[in-house]
Design a protein around this ligand. Structure first.
Ligand code: M6R
Length: 605
């Protein structure tokens, strides 16, 4: 949450910062601001509420000759969306931007007698004043004294008024990446802001102080010793972070799924079955566990729900899925024989990170499934399997979900093989069925007409229900999250059999019910539940496989996915559910890629 960028170099700092903030806007879009040294080497601050475009207008014809500055796009935590609460915050000699939460800001306010000085309601401004009180002309000494006083998470970029041309960066938990490029020195919360200028970058190690100037980036550890940054190469190109002719990132990312799946699966197949040797994962990780614990949030957690429904019957060991933010309070039963699967697109979700740390502290081995290379979860887990979806920019997760699922299916298959639940042939057949699901996604990408028709029905409703049983229920959960988070239509997913224990009371004439019935073992039972809602006036949107037999009058709209094995229907179903959310949101005229109140990467608890 919150996008950060800093630049020192020969080019226009204002332009680089504003362009970078536009790239980073998906991290937060309540307000934006920048601070740059002007041609008199004085810090000028500009801030505005709303999108980066408002800040761009505010900065027009100003700060043309600036070569060093910092910029921020905010997702509000402490204090409402106001210009005062927007970053940068200035306190005496210190001007800073912050991503994260300073938990002891109240105590610091009292300790440093800041009550009368604060002009905002933010924890970040408190941090700025504390740092200013410690500053006596040497940024390192001040930052070294400052860090132990802070509780919480932070990524800071700091300017000192009497140090023109210098930016200082430091972080704990919240991500910061940096690069010295032919265009100058850059630091940002995400790679997307650096990609137009470089293909090499490094992750700023926690508590390390970075000093950026136009000529170099120097890193110092907490003892003041200079250390060498460890550069990595970016594994995607800048096109991947563009819309490339699509009206929205979300639609582009939905369309990228078949390719992303191939990139994620194919390099891990040896003789037709999954092999993780190149990822450094030993088979003992899979053979020596007697329980699987999955931790994740949001869409990633719903991918975990699908994995549980696949893995438990196949492996015959308990698979528990926990919402990462609840996991710590569940007093989970874990030990060294528990394998923890940690799922996260960003690799920075703080609750997922905390859950992973708890699992590790209880002796469990952690295997992370992560999309962003070098992210905190990827670095801290015992093992990591990267998904190769490329950057996901739309706040609503789409391609990250399907590639997470593909890795979970690969893990299920390899585990079944090493635990002798699968013969070599069984494993190869399983993978063949997984590969067969990819063209079925392509088929569903072309069903726009039917989906637009049903979207035009959904927009006039304030509630939509999703029902399904077993795996179909797990898919429904993700479908309802997708719809509610971008279209703002209240959407709930229920196990179809559970409806009549209360929720069916909400079904009345015309209420849309999206019923998913792709699982052989529960098909007839789900169809009975569909009849129950139809009898009460529901507008039924039924999703089945091609050859399913259903009475024509049961469904108002019937969407058929290709005839693939029922264990793999999640892939085409995901496309259908994503397109339903997408077109509904477009028809409502809402911001598809940046829905209200949300941000892409949730780095606060
Ligand atoms: O980066 P992560 O996969 O850890 O993010 C988890 C959730 O925040 C994320 O999936 C969220 O639910 C999306 N908005 C869903 O579309």
């Amino acid at each position: 949450m919150c996008g950060i960028i800093g630049y020192a170099g020969p080019l226009s700092a204002k332009k680089i910062i504003l362009d970078g903030l536009a790239q980073l806007e998906y991290r937060g879009y309540d307000s934006a601001g920048l601070a740059c040294f002007d041609d008199n080497q004085t810090i000028q601050i500009k801030k505005s509420v709303g999108k980066v475009t408002s800040l761009q207008s505010l900065c027009a014809n100003r700060l043309e000759d600036s070569h060093c500055g910092i910029g921020h796009t905010r997702w509000a935590t402490h204090g409402g969306v106001t210009v005062e609460n927007a970053h940068p915050h200035q306190a005496g000699n210190v001007t800073l931007i912050h991503n994260g939460i300073i938990e002891n800001y109240h105590q610091l306010t009292q300790e440093f007698h800041l009550e009368d000085k604060l002009v905002s309601q933010t924890d970040s401004e408190v941090a700025a004043w504390v740092l200013n009180s410690l500053y006596e002309g040497d940024p390192f000494t001040a930052i070294q004294k400052f860090l132990p006083m802070l509780q919480g998470s932070y990524g800071f970029c700091i300017l000192f008024s009497d140090r023109p041309g210098e930016i200082y960066g430091v972080r704990n938990v919240s991500p910061l990446v940096a690069a010295y490029t032919p265009s100058g020195s850059m630091i940002a919360s995400d790679l997307t802001a650096l990609i137009p200028y470089t293909r090499s970058y490094f992750v700023l190690p926690e508590y390390t102080i970075a000093k950026l100037t136009a000529y170099q980036i120097c890193l110092y550890n907490h003892d003041g010793k200079q250390i060498t940054p460890e550069y990595s190469k970016v594994n995607w190109d800048s096109d991947a972070a563009m819309k490339n002719g699509f009206p929205h990132f979300m639609l582009k990312e939905i369309h990228e799924q078949p390719e992303a799946l191939k990139k994620t699966i194919l390099p891990r197949l040896v003789k037709g079955i999954p092999d993780f040797s190149d990822d450094g994962i030993p088979d003992t990780l899979f053979s020596e566990c007697d329980k699987i614990q999955i931790v994740a949030c949001g869409t990633a957690m719903y991918a975990g729900m699908v994995a549980k429904a696949i893995m438990e019957p196949l492996l015959r060991i308990p698979v528990t899925v926990s919402i990462a933010s609840e996991f710590r309070y569940e007093q989970p039963l874990m030990n060294e024989k528990t394998l923890t699967l940690v799922i996260s697109q960003s690799g920075e979700t703080i609750d997922t990170l905390a859950a992973m740390r708890l699992s590790a502290s209880m002796g469990s081995k952690t295997l992370a499934i992560v999309n962003v290379k070098g992210s905190t979860i990827a670095r801290e887990s015992d093992y990591v399997l990267y998904t190769h979806a490329g950057p996901e920019i739309a706040v609503a997760s789409t391609k990250a979900y399907s590639v997470q699922l593909s890795i979970l299916y690969l893990i299920a298959c390899r585990m079944a093989y090493v635990r002798k639940a699968f013969s070599l042939e069984d494993a190869a057949n399983f993978i063949q069925m997984l590969m067969d699901a990819i063209p079925s996604m392509e088929t569903m990408l072309h069903q726009t007409k039917t989906i637009q028709e049903l979207a035009s029905h959904l927009i006039s409703h304030s509630d939509v229900f999703f029902i399904g049983r077993n795996l179909d229920y797990a898919f429904s959960l993700e479908g309802s999250l997708k719809l509610k988070e971008i279209s703002y239509i209240h959407a709930e997913a229920y196990p179809a059999g559970e409806l009549k224990h209360g929720t069916i009371a909400l079904i009345e004439n015309g209420i849309p019910v999206i019923a998913i019935a792709t699982q052989d073992s529960v098909f007839a039972k789900t169809i009975s539940n569909v009849r129950e809602v139809k009898a009460r006036g529901a507008y039924v949107i039924l999703i089945t496989r091609e050859h399913a037999h259903v009475d024509a009058e049961l469904a108002d709209i019937h969407i058929k996915i290709p005839e693939i094995s029922d264990h793999f229907t999640v892939f085409p179903i995901a496309v259908v559910l994503q397109l339903i959310a997408y077109y509904t949101t477009c028809l409502k005229g809402l911001n598809v890629d940046q829905p209200r109140n949300l941000a892409k990467s949730v780095t606060v608890e």
